[in-house]
Ligand binder design. Structure first.
Ligand code: FES
Length: 143
């Protein structure tokens, strides 16, 4: 089981107060892994930022607010490379007619407390996005 020290403060209370009401997203690097943080309607979600299909940078894609159209899917992110969409809450791929397909993106744990928003990486080992994240880490030059 992961320890308390594996939580990372990613937004302090001042930064949380400055989060716009309109859904937004940003990329963070935690333990050499690119994490996509999505925020909207007072909720926060964290997925691997590398697309499980071919490793596209989801943070350069589009954030879609399907919840505003009455859909229960809520926020989704669309990959800029081949257009696949993923639900922010679950990491499940969203197909045509907004049908949920299969889990593709690893979700990370988030926690709010008096200091701000914290993330803890999950290591499931079976998501396509994990394999893409590891490939990207291997390609990065070592300092
Ligand atoms: S790399 Fe994301 S849809 Fe292909």
């Amino acid at each position: 089981m992961a320890g308390e020290d594996e939580w990372h403060l990613i937004l302090n209370t001042d930064e949380l107060a400055a989060v716009p009401s309109k859904p937004t997203m940003k990329v963070l690097q935690i333990e050499s892994t690119d994490i996509l943080l999505m925020m909207g309607h007072g909720k926060y979600y964290a997925l691997d930022a590398r697309c499980g299909h071919r490793g596209g940078p989801l943070h350069e894609g589009d954030l879609e607010d399907l919840g505003s159209t009455g859909s229960s899917l809520g926020l989704c992110v669309r990959c800029p490379w081949h257009g696949r969409r993923f639900q922010a809450e679950t990491g499940i791929e969203v197909g045509k007619d907004d049908v949920l397909l299969a889990p593709m993106q690893r979700c990370h744990e988030l926690r709010l407390d008096g200091r701000g928003l914290h993330v803890r990486l999950t290591n499931e080992g079976h998501y396509a996005s994990e394999r893409q994240s590891k490939r990207k880490q291997k390609r990065q030059p070592k300092n």
